[in-house]
Design a binder for this molecule. Sequence first.
Ligand code: ATP
Ligand code: MG
Length: 422
Amino acid sequence: MLDIEAELERSPASVNALKVVKRLTSEGFEAYLVGGCVRDLMLGKSPKDYDVATNAHPEEVKDLFRNSRLIGRRFKIVHVRYGREIIEVTTFRAPHSELENEEQSSDSGQLLTDNIYGDFEEDVYRRDFTMNALYYDADLRHVEDLVDGTADIEAKKIRLIGDPEKRFREDPVRMLRAIRFRAKLGFDIEPKTAKPIKKFGFLLGNIPPARLFEEVLKLFLSGHAENSFDALIEYDLFGWLFPDSQQCFDNPKAVALIRLALQSTDRRISNDQPVTPAFIFAALLWYPFINEREKLLQGGMPAMPAFHEAAGNIVARQQHVTSIPKRFSGPMRDIWQIQGRLPQTGGKKPAVLRSHKRFRAAYDFLLLREESGEMLDDIGKWWTQYQLDNPVEAGTTSQRQPEPEKRRKRRRRPRKKTAPPE
Ligand code: ATP
Ligand code: MG
């Protein structure tokens, strides 16, 4: 286990979080660093962000910091801003178990409200996993650990606090959080925590689509998308998030395409390149879209309307589970639509297509389709060569040079068994 003091010193971003804690304690409040930042510091990882827990009420916190604002509807928290950094300050809340009554939980046991303030100890037990319930006391320079979270971090175990079934029913998103931490940290989900997950996937149906969309982004856009995908499949949760995609899994190319898109996303994140949910959703929903379009074509619908109707139907169905904001569904449909234009390589068409703002993403998508086993007459190679032969000048829409195929191949990680080549 690492020395948290030394890690805090090595982590310049912690300065502001500690400033917030010290301001609160100097005013006589209790305040701690808590959650993912303490966990990550103990693991020697630099925290993504810092959370502070305090017994000061949100309005009291707000009054202490000019650079702060109150946010949240379900429960109020305070964001204290330092430049681009935001420190989230949360008031101690009571544990879920003591809140349960008919008004506060639904038939499935899901909590409908948890905006009741509590004391330090109560706040500990309302948290999800033991590794997330460690509190760093900056005055005493000491980690308060009432749930053996330190031992679980040492043993690399993800363990829910309290009775797993009850805690998953209270908030089914905790199942996705368990998956995410498994993928991100490489920890095991300890058996009692793991046991209910496979049978509780249906509970995700009670979660608002906007919240599930946010969770999907955290799973797939944090640099460990492929691990998250594997863990979602292992725990039978993938199909509850992407039912239409799962329906296509008897086609190995569908799985291979998703896996390749997730690998490419992970690689781009580790290279500090931009990534977009549009690309991932394009891959996740490609086969549902293709099958839907095929059905409409078979029914006699002409190509253009069939494209639009199929894309619309698939997006609408997915929106019942995870929302897809228009700013992502639009580009996703562009990527799909350009797939139909990429085989047209005669005359001026390639030059026109290349100036499309989504050309590059669509070209990358085409390469993944080919790599996943779709037979497309080597048009990917044709477009790679076309771009090398016709470099675009800086300042125009498509500026980036394609990577020559050889370099792409060398960088790629070996395929896993579940993505069999055809
Ligand atoms: P990350 O590194 O992804 O930020 P994190 O553990 O900090 O991980 P957050 O979503 O930032 O995750 O949440 C901060 C803390 O709030 C968690 O560590 C946990 O203690 C608590 N928490 C978050 N979501 C839940 C939940 N659904 N149920 C109970 N506690 C939660
Ligand atoms: Mg966090």
